[in-house]
Design a binder for this molecule. Structure first.
Ligand code: SF4
Length: 258
């Protein structure tokens, strides 16, 4: 999903930075991915990430973070401006790196919203999450020198060391309704996916059905998505996993705020 690349005036009227989050954008759109694809929702995009995927589709929350600090109260007010919405997606970046995200989620649930949190599955938080969308990052996400969008692979070692936390994934699955969503760059990713799903199944008390495992083609534009979607659909059919669309790309290509 494309992100804002210009600073927004989200902090006007703020009186202090206490209980604030770095926010890249707040916008209303249809959920593009996963089990709730097509659901009208308010997206709250926090800035900052503990990983550096080469294909990151929210570059201005990870590689080159752009944001303003916004108080939790102001975020709640901003969301309430979208009167027809009752679903919220808290996304990033990696929203769970911030302590204040927990307060934001709990406040939103107090206001009756359904909360989906999109996370890379490396951090566990105790919050009022209705659906955790776990997207563990595969080896094919590592920003090697050839794929690094910003340098010469300086982030590769850190990314490789921290991209998978099986215990955190399992704990989140045992704590919340979940979906396990993988960004697939090519058919070679499937052995790592199968292996990781089995490792998580071995340590969770929760049953992980194949329909809880989603394969989503990599690609932030219609043309790049066209290169991967057919082969990912074939993988889903072959292994019994669910195929996840990128509806927002189909509808709006890479337009900001979608
Ligand atoms: S984990 Fe998500 S937000 Fe972070 S770098 Fe990877 S794709 Fe971007």
């Amino acid at each position: 999903m494309p992100v804002n690349s210009t600073k927004t005036d989200l902090t006007r009227n703020s009186s202090s930075d206490s209980r604030s989050l770095p926010i890249n954008e707040v916008f209303y759109s249809l959920q593009g991915e996963g089990k709730l694809a097509g659901t009208p929702s308010v997206f709250i995009r926090t800035s900052g990430c503990n990983l550096r995927c080469w294909f990151c589709d929210s570059y201005h929350t990870s590689w080159d973070p752009i944001h303003d600090l916004m108080e939790v109260d102001k975020i709640v007010e901003k969301v309430q401006e979208y009167e027809s919405a009752n679903h919220i997606v808290v996304t990033g970046g990696e929203p769970l790196i911030h302590d204040e995200t927990v307060e934001l989620i709990d406040r939103m649930q107090d206001n009756g919203y359904h909360i989906t949190v999109e996370t890379n599955g490396t951090i566990v938080r105790d919050a009022a999450i209705d659906l955790v969308s776990l997207s563990p990052k595969l080896a094919s996400s590592t920003p090697t020198a050839e794929k690094d969008p910003m340098g010469d692979g300086e982030q590769a070692k850190h990314h490789e060391r921290h991209r998978i936390n099986v215990d955190a994934i399992a704990e989140m699955i045992d704590s919340y309704k979940f979906q396990l969503k993988f960004v697939v760059t090519d058919q070679g990713d499937i052995s790592e996916i199968n292996n990781l799903v089995e490792r998580v199944r071995d340590i969770t008390a929760t049953t992980i059905n194949n329909s809880d495992v989603l394969l989503m083609p990599e690609g932030a534009t219609r043309s790049s998505l066209a290169d991967t979607s057919d082969s990912v659909a074939e993988l889903a059919l072959k292994h019994g996993y669910r195929y996840s669309p990128r509806l927002h790309v189909d509808l709006w290509n890479d337009a900001p705020g979608t």
